[in-house]
Design a protein around this ligand. Structure first.
Ligand SMILES: [Zn+2]
Length: 125
């Protein structure tokens, strides 16, 4: 089993946004949309430490709320469109922003867990 020193340090943001392994930067972290793989297919890093919990959802809600509600308020004040147009525009936008950000943010938080040696089962090896 390789140790951390065998790999060049990876940016938690580039690996996390791409859904790649925080140690080697090559293997995939996710098996499904947001399901974490048991281990890296490239370097064998045990990903049991990876538990982002509700962290990604919180950041997604904060960012999506700011973006969508802010844009909806701006559009309402500036153009005063009918309410049905708000629903047609901003409900799909909400879904797109939330679903689109969830996986990359979870990847970043998992990579930051690895970088900061944080985990409920102790630091990752
Ligand atoms: Zn790896």
């Amino acid at each position: 089993m390789a140790v951390n020193d065998d790999y060049a340090p990876q940016s938690p943001f580039s690996t996390g946004l791409a859904g790649r392994c925080p140690r080697c930067g090559e293997g995939r972290v996710f098996t499904g949309f947001v399901n974490v793989a048991p281990s890296c297919g490239n370097c064998g890093l045990d990903l049991k430490f990876a538990d982002a919990g509700d962290g990604p959802a919180v950041f997604v809600m904060l960012f999506a709320g700011f973006l969508v509600v802010g844009t909806a308020l701006f559009v309402e004040v500036k153009y005063e469109p009918p309410m049905w147009l708000h629903f047609v525009i901003f409900l799909p936008l909400t879904l797109i922003v939330c679903i689109g950000l969830l996986r990359p943010l979870k990847g970043v938080l998992i990579a930051l867990q690895y970088r900061n040696k944080s985990g409920q089962d102790g630091p990752p090896a």
